[in-house]
Design a binder for this molecule. Structure first.
Ligand code: ASP
Length: 344
């Protein structure tokens, strides 16, 4: 018996659905139903697609944890009725949202594919049509046993299917806007879509998906640089609501061997602040015992973020800190892959 696969398209905003404001000339989000009504490709799809649009579509620079919760709510409310979900999202914060959703949708058993575009979908040279149509195809694809081919949160962009919590925006101009430097692509779309099945996560299909809504924003990202000042670092660390830090260090997790820096970080970790060491490099992991600076960080309680992206480390910290007041537990969980986000 043939069945039509159903995909829910969740339009949050972003360039893909934007048009120019005639007064300012700036791009602003438009009604997406109106845009796809003018797309004949949509009617030709062998997949049934329904659209759920944010009441006020946003530029993704306005994305926040409450809106992540709203996306989770929409997915939960439609979970049983759809084979997969495509989220249209601005590229600027897409990697943060993809990372956050990967933790908020625990034991996800259906595809959740984020995509967008660099040019609005109604422009002649748009990259939006291919990104959208291929994302829908991926979200609707099943294996011969009937289970979804890609039951995880992904970003599809410009021919590449990437694990969402491994992806990062790499280009503000080219169509090739995303990559995942520490994990090969999950699929490559050319004439055919070539899936790399051995890399794709397999959930427990006999257990339900568990949604999580809470995220704790008491976190900060700070980047080391030559000449960093004690006063500034102490000011950040003294912030009363601070519970977690993603520290972007040099190379394989290295830091200047400044006694004041180590004391300040030690005081913070003893106070229960969770500090994660992430490299400033685009590719490669943190190896804290490799150089003396990294070794000192380890000694003052800083935790390795392995090969995590910054976007993923911050989202994982926000998720864990919202679910536990035990800093030691959060540190342990940061060192474990929860949904394919780090390689140990
Ligand atoms: N500023 C836009 C956004 O992130 C850029 C894009 O969609 O590519 O919403």
């Amino acid at each position: 018996m043939s069945r039509t696969n159903r995909v829910l398209l969740i339009y949050t905003g972003g360039t893909i659905g934007m048009g120019r404001n005639p007064e300012t000339g700036a791009l602003e989000p438009l009604d997406f139903n109106h845009l796809i009504a003018r797309m004949p490709e949509f009617a030709a799809l062998p997949v049934a697609v329904d659209v759920h649009q944010f009441p006020e579509p946003i530029d993704s620079s306005d994305m926040n944890p409450q809106l992540w919760g709203r996306i989770v709510q929409i997915i939960v409310g439609h979970y049983d009725r759809y084979d997969g979900f495509v989220i249209l999202h601005g590229t600027d914060t897409m990697a943060f949202t993809a990372s956050a959703l990967s933790f908020m949708l625990q034991n996800l058993t259906k595809p959740v594919i984020l995509t967008g575009s660099q040019l609005p979908i109604h422009q002649l040279r748009t990259d939006g049509k291919e990104n959208l149509i291929t994302s829908i195809e991926i979200a609707a694809t099943r294996k011969t046993d009937g289970t979804p081919r890609v039951p995880e949160v992904c970003i599809y962009f410009s021919g590449k299917l990437l694990r969402g919590n491994r992806a990062t925006k790499i280009n503000s101009e080219g169509f090739n806007a995303f990559d995942s430097f520490n994990l090969p692509h999950l699929a490559d779309a050319g004439v055919n879509i070539i899936y790399h099945d051995e890399l794709i996560l397999q959930p427990d299909f006999s257990s339900p998906m568990t949604p999580h809504f809470a995220m704790d924003s008491g976190v900060v990202v700070f980047t080391l640089f030559p000449g960093i000042q004690e006063e500034t670092v102490r000011y950040i660390l003294a912030s009363p609501k601070l519970k977690g830090i993603v520290m972007r260090t040099y190379g394989s997790g290295n830091a200047p061997q400044l006694p004041w820096l180590m004391h300040a970080l030690e005081e913070a970790t003893e106070r229960g602040v969770v500090i994660i060491n992430i490299t400033q490099c685009a590719a490669g992991p943190v190896q804290m015992a490799r150089y003396s600076g990294g070794f000192l960080l380890k000694n003052v309680g800083v935790i390795s973020g392995y090969d995590s992206t910054v976007e993923c480390a911050i989202a994982k910290l926000m998720h864990l800190l919202a679910h536990s007041n035990d800093a030691e537990f959060v540190r342990q969980q940061m060192c474990r892959p929860l949904c394919g986000e780090i390689t140990l």
